[in-house]
Design a binder for this molecule. Structure first.
Ligand SMILES: NC(=O)c1ccc[n+]([C@@H]2O[C@H](COP(=O)([O-])OP(=O)(O)OC[C@H]3O[C@@H](n4cnc5c(N)ncnc54)[C@H](OP(=O)(O)O)[C@@H]3O)[C@@H](O)[C@H]2O)c1
Length: 342
């Protein structure tokens, strides 16, 4: 491929390998497939026949999206289908960006945990000796079902005998961009409390993908849990809003939502959810919302119990504010997830 040939030699993997990728159709999965291909790896993706948000990707669209990789169709929740994805062939590594799209307990345990357990077994049978797992920094303080599901698999992977890299990133750009269309309509920026109680070091999709791809070769990242953020200082929600208003040429205008309101919503839905099962899911989404409204996406100091921006490694080059500028100019788009809050 021409673009690979043009890359500096240091960018290419010194040891190109055969890699099976799970979660290739997600935000970070797509970028990771591109990063792996650029590094010269041979990539096979296992995706479901209707992929993407709301099943918007037909098989042809997935093949187009993942150009340069081999795309196979299957069901990661079915151990036999997973094995068929490997087709009895030899692979060197498994890279997973697979994650429940809803974060709801049943989905999280089926995908973030069980599908990974099954994939690990199939991978071992195919000769895989290394796995790179995309996790999340928030599992360091697990209060939610999906965090426990992720941790349960992390623990299995660490005991598996495979060389592993568990990458726990901070917030993604897409998760911090949901209010732009509201602001363009003249509405205020919504913050919980005064918007300064939490902070994160956002990381760009391509920077994270590049980091994940490098984990295959960089022995300093082997057999480690790797919390990472993007470049620059930690940013609060209020600073995000202020920057967006500056880019839009508007006077900052904030709407303050008390965190206690989220508590009331979560508690009420939780109570009703015992009677009406569909409300139990909404209660979990309210708990997820409360978690992100009150916890920073930074490394947590286990002794002080405080979030520590300086202890959160910065990688990559694209900042959230670079991304906001490109988003407002229409140069990029974000794909809102199935459980977007704003
Ligand atoms: N959002 C953030 O700010 C943030 C921050 C730190 C860490 N993280 C973590 O990063 C990870 C990936 O995030 P992302 O935004 O790239 O996720 P995403 O866009 O929601 O993609 C999830 C991937 O998993 C696949 N998947 C989900 N359910 C599936 C199922 N039942 N069967 C087959 N495939 C399934 C999806 O396939 P389909 O296309 O077929 O649905 C997709 O490829 C998550 O673990 C998340 O917790 C997120």
């Amino acid at each position: 491929m021409d673009h690979i040939a043009q890359l500096p030699p240091s960018y290419r993997s010194p040891d190109p390998r055969r890699v099976l990728v799970l979660g290739a159709t997600g935000t970070i999965g797509r970028a990771t497939v591109r990063a792996l291909l650029r590094r010269g790896h041979q990539v096979v993706c296992l995706v479901r026949p209707r992929a993407g948000v709301g099943g918007a990707l037909t098989p042809d669209k997935s093949v187009e999206l993942l150009k340069g990789a081999t795309v196979r169709f299957g069901d990661v929740t079915d151990p036999r289908s997973l094995r068929e994805g490997f087709r009895g062939q030899r692979f060197d590594a498994l890279v997973s960006c697979l994650a429940s799209r809803t974060g709801l307990p049943r989905d999280a345990w089926a995908i973030d945990h069980q599908a990974h357990v099954n994939a690990l077994a199939a991978a071992k049978d195919s000769g895989v000796s290394q796995m790179v797992l995309l996790s999340a920094i928030c599992v360091q303080k697990p209060l939610l079902a999906f965090q426990h599901a992720k941790l349960a698999f992390e623990s299995i992977l660490m005991q598996s005998g495979l060389t592993y890299s568990i990458v726990r990133p901070t917030a993604f750009f897409k998760s911090l961009s949901g209010q732009i269309s509201r602001l363009k309509q003249g509405k205020p920026f919504v913050v919980f409390g005064d918007g300064t109680a939490t902070a994160c070091k956002p990381i760009g999709d391509d920077d994270l993908a590049h980091y994940l791809a490098e984990c295959l070769d960089d022995t300093r990242r082997h057999n480690r849990i790797l919390p990472i953020g993007g470049p620059g200082d930690a940013i609060t929600p209020r600073q995000q809003g202020e920057h967006l208003f500056a880019l839009l040429g508007r006077t900052p205008q904030f709407k303050h939502v008390p965190v206690a309101l989220l508590d009331v919503v979560a508690r009420t839905l939780g109570g009703l959810g015992r009677v009406v099962p569909s409300l139990a899911g909404k209660a979990e989404l309210a708990r997820i919302g409360r978690y992100y409204a009150t916890e920073s996406m930074l490394v947590l100091d286990p002794v002080s119990g405080r979030y520590d921006a300086d202890a959160t490694p910065s990688v990559g080059s694209e900042t959230l504010f670079d991304f906001y500028a490109r988003l407002i100019k229409g140069e990029v788009e974000t794909e809102r997830g199935d459980h977007a809050v704003f």
